[in-house]
Design a protein around this ligand. Structure first.
Ligand code: FAD
Length: 401
């Protein structure tokens, strides 16, 4: 059973097999897998609770509809964990609020049918057998609130969303790791070409392995070990709308592929977002919101789901809750999972862009396998080498969120 504590001197661990820096979903899933693999695992989280930075800002969605085989494999493995969560973490009564109402990607482009048909054919070849192509009429038959402009769609019914908070705490409780709260990593001690210890505000922990899982702060933490990471930090906002009779609660996560705007039902209301153009920035503890955002996103989602016009007309500010977090992006929007080639024992698990909730259950398992020698870097599609090379692959991920 995982231990969560603000350590005092007596229970501060001086030694560990692995120290994970960051207690968001990525650090917690790493700790779950590492501790279950038999490693004495300590997580450092400088905030008062787990999963309160980027993880708390998420739309909490998951999907297997990707176009690269390693992404499809990662998400299918994570979704299998969500579907069997109580058994995986060994907590019979746990409820992560899983809603498998599907993910619906929409196009209104004239060549939408041609493009999405080809995409579904490709996805089926790379292992995603249950994704469907829908033409505009079929999409409107299944989802009558769609507008006349929709020309094509893809749909997978086992995609959906869940509670990121319950997921994070479920992994922590089900692990055999220690989670040190209000405990900040200040330095990573490197001796020769290997990590030796982590200095914190409460003392030093000797360890042969350090995992950088600090989300947007990953670049700053990696620099403690003398390593530079080419990450791009970009703000993303989320608007939660209060319950409204016009919002179909049986709808899937609905994404407009042309504009990048999306929405899904949320306890009588909805959660909305938009992959809007934004300049990269620096990592922030408090990410500012912009009150133009709800209007902009409503205008975008109303394009293909016109009932949003009626809601937007009567909308009052007190019915909208706005929040923001930061994507930690790599050049190809895929995470970096593995050991740094120049500093032995320095492991990275970050750069999940918009996919850390859905990807990290499998990502944490992959990293634990690398740390215990169960998997090798040669078999690792998410390793540092590809990230450092920064080569945009021919099949670069095209999905918008
Ligand atoms: C608006 C928005 C919507 C999103 N929607 C989705 C979605 O639908 N599905 C999905 O899968 N993903 C989504 N994401 C992405 C997802 O939220 C992230 O990929 C994920 O939360 C990253 O988790 P993390 O643990 O890496 O980072 P974080 O949650 O940021 O955790 C990092 C932790 O490290 C700690 N830390 C930093 N420095 C130190 C230090 N020196 N010492 C100790 N602790 C430190 C921080 O305090 C923080 O708690 C969304 C993101 C945003 C912003």
């Amino acid at each position: 059973m995982g231990r969560m504590l603000v350590p005092v001197e007596e229970d501060f661990p001086g030694v560990a097999d692995v120290v994970v820096i960051g207690g968001g979903i990525v650090g917690v899933t790493t700790a779950f897998a590492a501790s279950k693999a038999g490693l004495d695992t300590v997580v450092l989280e400088r905030r008062k609770g787990l999963g309160t930075l980027t993880t708390a800002a998420s739309e909490e969605c998951f999907r297997a509809q990707f176009s690269e085989p390693e992404n499809v494999a990662m998400m299918l493995a994570s979704i299998a964990v969500f579907e069997n969560f109580a058994e995986v973490v060994g907590i019979p009564d746990i409820d992560i609020g899983i809603h498998q109402q599907g993910y619906l990607f929409l196009s209104d482009a004239p060549n939408g049918p041609e493009k999405l048909k080809a995409q579904v054919a490709h996805q089926q070849v790379i292992g995603l057998e249950d994704v469907e192509f829908l033409d505009g009429d079929e999409a409107r038959r299944r989802f009558p609130w769609l507008g006349p402009g929709v020309t094509a769609a893809t749909f997978r019914g086992r995609d959906g969303w869940l509670s990121g908070h319950e997921l994070t705490y479920g992994f922590a409780r089900g692990s055999d790791a220690s989670f040190l709260l209000s405990t900040e990593a200040l330095d990573i001690v490197v001796d020769g070409d290997r990590v030796r210890a982590v200095e914190t505000n409460r003392g030093c922990i000797s360890t042969p392995r350090v995992v950088v899982a600090a989300g947007p702060f990953g670049g700053i933490v990696a620099r403690m070990a003398g390593v530079e990471l080419p990450l791009s930090i970009v703000r993303r906002q989320k608007a939660i709308l209060a319950p409204h009779a016009l919002i179909p609660q049986d709808a899937p996560m609905t994404v407009d592929l042309e504009s990048g705007a999306y929405w899904r039902p949320e306890v009588g209301g909805a959660a909305l977002g938009w992959a809007h153009p934004e300049d990269p920035g620096v990592p922030l503890e408090r990410v500012p919101t912009d009150w133009m955002f709800p209007m902009l996103v409503l205008e975008k989602v109303a394009r293909l789901s016109p009932f949003w016009w009626d809601i937007a007309e009567g909308l009052r500010r007190e019915s909208v809750h706005l929040s923001a977090g930061q994507y930690t992006n790599t050049f190809d929007k895929k995470p970096v999972i593995g050991e740094h080639p120049d500093v032995g024992g320095l492991y990275l698990n970050l750069g999940y862009s918009g996919h850390g909730i859905m990807g990290s259950p499998d990502g944490g398992r992959r990293l634990a396998d690398l740390m215990t020698g169960k998997a090798s870097e040669e078999q690792n599609p998410f390793g540092f080498e590809r990230f450092a090379r920064g080569v945009v692959l021919a099949s670069e991920e095209k999905m918008v969120i």
